[in-house]
Design a protein around this ligand. Structure first.
Ligand code: GLC
Length: 748
């Protein structure tokens, strides 16, 4: 629809109809006859009884195509204004073909395949009538106690920017304006800094300097906006005392003015009403006013806008204008999706033709990304890959577990998942492998706190002692033990903060008992976060971080265990040695008294007296079945002006016996600046595949714009001076090093 017609449509709406466009409800408000709705969900939500559901602008998490057709058809028949409904859903890392969780995907450092994953998710959503997805989540995370690290691309700003851009492009396409066929609208979240709650406790306060916010947390959102994200979602948390959902500086001055976001700002679930609980709005009317003034366009699943906005804006021209602006943005989103021309976006035709859900192409892409997201953390004496002649005992609650999709796979069907056992049986015959559970997934005391998910946990039917005895017998009868362990998917994700993020005690006990048998142990860890694996690593001969690897996870893992695939994953988030180190991350500041190894136990240094500073596994770390050597071939110059670059060539050799891919990482340290800079900042990286014995080269160019940061003046700019460059295969393994200087035009 032409923009002028859109404005005419806006003008034609009554105030009640305008406000309705800013309300998002769930499908149950539209299912039954109106009386049932009024006495049921409408009353429960606190909507005034005269609220007309056929003014509602969008629906949350209805994902059945036939139901979408029925709701949209009924709605358009019943509504006076005939503005179609928007259907929005949490399709975070896959619709029915589920990819690895985002934290795992980021460990692939393969943003081309991450974009492809998003594109496949969009295609499957498109086929079933979803218009908007609440992805990408790009909250930077440094605290694995927080359950939602599983949804994040990790601790690093560069990876978050690349994840944001790739996911938006995959979901929405790269063209501005209309959202084409097979694509859906992306909603970047949660604005802002939701990933930094105090103590890693869900929904807790976020306090950080504006410098920290701008330097580390905002660039991911900015990248999504620059990539064209049509929506942004507000965060639940306060930011420096003001709830994000009511924060005018954050949403209008920063997001809309400075970051140039002109799309739809939707609140998180019930976050508008929660302004009251925060102690920011004293009542619903104030909450409505504060949220509208803070630029929130859509009130997700509360009655605040619906009940309060008409009276709040009455007689106030400024607020009336804010309302019109908000409604216009919602109408424009619907127009960009082509809903005025076809409210079903081709859904009816698709239902006849058949969808592409779980196609072989989609499953192949999911397996490929899973293979690259899995991280090999330890491999003593090259125990892996396994020989197909080796008799293995596959033991643990994840041996045959289908529930490996993670918490935000709302359309994923666990029955579609390839289990580890099924994956292994594609490589070996069943007489090569014994399988048993070995332990309960969780101890009883850890079940109740999972709240509504308790009923989804596996029912443990066998006594633990019996399970253990069976495991010991299987282990003794095998050459190698493959232990499939991990936290429950319900121990991570939203509301899944843990004070002690370790393996469940039931499984730690199993591992300890089996480690006494003198058998080689391969430990595979399923988790939505970096667990504290220090004790696990001591007992394992080989250790693999599987995350929640998605629909094809079992096949991907088996391909790695038997060497069909050489693992190449590199950690996107640091693994602490102990909870006491949290938050521990690679891009830390040096402090005035760094804890230098040569100083030994010198007391007055930045250190602990009961723990090392170094993490168990650092950012960027991941082993391979082969070995790589890299050397600095050339550095074009040691001094650059603003328009010049340092051009670098690195030679990489595969010195082992397996073909493999390595990720060469380039870190920079700005030696002296108006704001102290981290000891290392990931500035670029290259991935190179080399056959055994092969040598190749990778090139980097360091330009002035890559040296910019928020200085003491809070301006984003580089500062003249000296820089250290570190190149290697993790944030701690950087054998290649040189320095260069940035000079002004005159000086150089
Ligand atoms: C949830 C999450 C958000 C999600 C929304 C809709 O509480 O915070 O990420 O998109 O509600 O389900």
């Amino acid at each position: 629809m032409h923009i002028n017609l859109l404005l005419e449509k806006l003008d034609s709406l009554t105030v009640e109809e305008k406000i309705g466009q800013l309300v998002q409800l769930t499908g149950d408000f539209f299912e039954k006859d109106l009386d049932t709705v009024v006495t049921g969900p409408l009353k429960k939500l606190g909507l005034h009884s005269d609220y007309n559901v056929y003014n509602t602008g969008s629906i949350l998490n209805v994902t059945d195509p036939k139901r979408i057709i029925r709701l949209q058809t009924d709605y358009l028949e019943q509504s006076n204004h005939k503005v179609p409904l928007l259907f929005m859903a949490d399709i975070i890392y896959g619709y029915r073909t589920i990819f690895p969780i985002p934290l795992a995907q980021a460990c692939s450092w393969n943003f081309k395949e991450i974009e492809q994953a998003a594109s496949i998710s969009a295609r499957e959503c498109y086929d079933e009538g979803i218009h908007v997805t609440f992805s990408p989540m790009v909250d930077i995370v440094r605290d694995p106690r927080w359950g939602r690290v599983m949804e994040s691309p990790g601790e690093d700003t560069l990876l978050a920017k690349k994840y944001a851009e790739s996911t938006v492009h995959g979901l929405q396409g790269k063209q501005p304006g209309s959202v084409p066929q097979d694509k859906i609208a992306a909603c970047v979240k949660h604005f802002a800094a939701y990933g930094a709650p105090v103590a890693g406790r869900e929904y807790n306060a976020v306090d950080m300097s504006e410098h920290m916010l701008r330097e580390y947390y905002l660039p991911g959102y900015q990248a999504a906006i620059d990539a064209g994200a049509k929506l942004v979602m507000t965060a639940f948390n306060t930011l420096n005392g003001i709830p994000a959902t009511g924060n005018e500086w954050l949403n209008r001055d920063l997001l809309r003015q400075e970051m140039k976001f002109d799309g739809v700002l939707i609140s998180d679930y019930a976050a508008v009403e929660e302004l009251i609980m925060h102690g920011y709005a004293e009542d619903a009317a104030t909450a409505a006013k504060l949220a509208l003034m803070a630029g929130v366009d859509i009130d997700m699943k509360t009655a605040v806008y619906a009940n309060q906005l008409e009276s709040v804006i009455s007689g106030n021209e400024h607020l009336e204008q804010l309302l019109n602006d908000a409604v216009y943005r919602v109408l424009k989103l619907k127009n960009d999706l082509g809903l005025f021309e076809d409210p079903f976006r081709g859904l009816k035709a698709t239902l006849q033709q058949g969808t592409r859900i779980l196609s072989d192409e989609h499953k192949t892409a999911a397996r490929s990304l899973a293979e690259q997201s899995i991280v090999l953390l330890k491999n003593e004496q090259d125990l892996l890959p396994l020989s197909k002649k080796t008799k293995i005992s596959l033991i643990g609650p994840y041996a045959e577990e289908h529930s490996t999709l993670g918490m935000w796979a709302i359309k994923g069907d666990e029955a579609d998942t390839v289990t580890l056992k099924e994956g292994l049986l594609k490589h070996i015959d069943s007489d090569q492998m014994s399988v048993c559970r070995g332990a309960h997934l969780l101890p009883d005391h850890a079940r109740e706190p999972l709240g509504k998910y308790v009923d989804k946990l596996p029912v443990e039917t066998v006594n633990e002692d019996i399970l253990l005895q069976e495991a010991i017998r299987h282990a003794n009868e095998s050459d190698v033990v493959v232990l499939a362990l991990g936290e429950s998917i319900y121990q991570s994700g939203e509301g899944g903060s843990r004070t002690n993020p370790t393996l469940p005690e039931t499984q730690a006990k199993l591992l300890h008992e089996l480690s006494q048998l003198g058998k080689k142990l391969v430990v595979i860890v399923y988790s939505g976060r970096p667990l504290i694996l220090t004790e696990v690593a001591k007992q394992a001969d080989a250790l693999i971080q599987a995350w929640y690897p998605g629909t094809m996870g079992g096949e991907a893992l088996a391909n790695i265990l038997y060497g069909t695939v050489n693992p190449s994953g590199k950690l996107a988030m640091t693994f602490p040695r102990s909870v006491g180190q949290i938050p521990v991350y690679y891009n830390e500041l040096n402090s005035g008294r760094p804890n230098l190894p040569e100083n030994g136990a010198y007391r007055f240094a930045s250190r602990y007296i009961d723990e090392a500073n170094e993490p168990l596994y650092p950012f960027g770390y991941g082993k391979s079945y082969t070995t790589f050597d890299c050397s600095l071939l050339s550095v074009s110059r040691k001094e650059i002006g603003p328009d010049e670059s340092v051009d670098i060539e690195v030679s990489v050799s595969n010195t082992g016996r397996f073909d493999g891919k390595e990720t060469i990482q380039l870190y920079i340290r700005d030696r002296f600046a108006s704001v102290t800079r981290p000891v290392k900042v990931l500035t670029d990286f290259r991935q190179i595949f080399l056959r055994s014995g092969e040598t190749g080269t990778v090139q980097f160019s360091i330009r002035e714009d890559m040296l910019r940061f928020y200085g003491s003046s809070m301006k984003y700019q580089s500062e003249l001076g000296d820089f250290e460059v570190y190149i290697g295969t993790s944030s701690q393994e950087t054998p290649l090093h040189f320095s260069f200087s940035l000079r002004s035009e005159e000086q150089s």
